[in-house]
Design a protein around this ligand. Structure first.
Ligand code: UFG
Length: 324
């Protein structure tokens, strides 16, 4: 299939691009390389362009004529979205709408959207089903939710169909060691802990030790990026086979606390490092765990890395040999 991947030089996007190429899809990556990495797209064609470039988008759609679009391009830092909301509404929401308009004009009717567990805000109960109330607690979550809403409306008004995938905590790296997570600055727990283990960082902070969880630290559903990537390929096939528009949670359905992650890294790497107990980070819900039964039942998703040690191993492999 001819697939346009926006943000394909980013963390999750690059793992999806790799799997699409491996199965023989024709892929064009669109990325402005503000946070993405040229090295991450491998042999895929790369168009360096910003989504706000309406004329460029139009030209690209005409030249490539994709059958489907997978849309990752977005800013992802919750804290930054609180400090600078318009940056998120501009890039994630307004540019998302521009992309949808370009798709509509080009007659593209299959669309996969990279959404987030942040649309749930602080959940009333876990695991969280897709039907839980949508109540983001930060502009990042709203910036994605607005695009979800536009997708719903567009699908209701035309023969356009979409799948929105709400990621829980993406983690891990491709086992080849060729691509992995590389954010500057890095804010995600697992890469930061491994950087502490490798000595690149002097310590790791635990943000909050008094949450209502078994050990007092936040619990998250860490899902390996290759399992997430596989969900995108399955979503694409689902739309190709005529599947109706749907939203799916992406997670394993069980979580680990921050302390459990730290312990697992120490065990796996055999390295000790300093741990600092710090105050809670604003906007962190105590526990986020997905109810992903729909993904398993409807998309026949069969995760391969549902194991914290396996996730950590792939990140360690990446951190020791990273190329970007
Ligand atoms: N944490 C620490 N120390 C650190 C970094 C993180 O204790 O140095 C904790 C956080 O407080 C949180 C957990 O580790 O409890 C995981 O934090 P991450 O930053 O790795 O991930 P988040 O859960 O904050 O973020 C993820 C996605 C976001 C999404 C959000 C939804 O990365 O895109 O879930 O809440 F918006």
């Amino acid at each position: 299939m001819k697939v346009l991947v926006t943000g394909g030089a980013g963390y999750i996007g690059s793992h999806v691009v790799r799997q699409l190429l491996l199965r023989g899809d024709d892929v064009l990556v669109l990325d402005n390389l503000v946070n993405g990495h040229r090295e991450a797209v491998g042999v895929a064609r790369l168009e360096v362009m910003d989504l706000s470039d309406n004329a460029g988008l139009k030209r690209l759609m005409k030249a490539f004529q994709p059958e489907a679009v997978i849309h990752f391009a977005a800013f992802i830092e919750v804290g930054e979205s609180v400090r600078n909301p318009l940056k998120y509404y501009q890039n994630n929401t307004a540019n998302g709408f521009s992309l949808l308009a370009a798709c509509q004009e080009a007659g593209i009717r299959k669309f996969i959207f990279s959404s987030t567990a942040a649309v749930y805000g602080t959940p009333k109960a876990v695991p969280i089903p897709e039907t839980a109330s949508l109540a983001p607690i930060n502009p990042y979550g709203f910036s994605k939710l607005f695009v979800e809403q536009a997708l719903r409306d567009l699908a209701a008004a035309s023969d356009f169909r979409y799948v929105a995938l709400r990621y829980f905590n993406a983690a891990g790296a491709d086992p080849s060691g060729e691509i992995g997570e590389s954010h500057k600055p890095e804010s995600h727990l697992i890469p930061l802990v491994l950087q502490a283990a490798s000595g690149e960082r002097k310590d790791i902070s635990i943000f909050g030790t008094d949450y209502p969880t078994p050990d007092g630290t936040c619990v998250r559903d860490y899902v390996h990026v290759n399992d997430l990537a596989d969900a995108h390929l399955k979503a694409l096939d689902y739309l190709k086979d005529g599947g109706e528009s749907r939203v799916f949670n992406c997670g394993y359905g069980h979580g680990y606390s921050v302390r459990e992650v730290l312990d697992a890294v120490k065990r796996m790497t055999g390295k000790d490092f300093s741990v600092v107990e710090a105050p809670p980070r604003t906007g962190d819900p105590a526990e986020l765990v997905a109810d992903s039964r729909l993904l398993t039942e409807i998309l026949k998703w069969k995760p391969q890395f549902d194991n914290l040690n396996a996730i950590i191993e792939t990140v360690w492999n990446w951190e020791l040999n990273r190329r970007y």
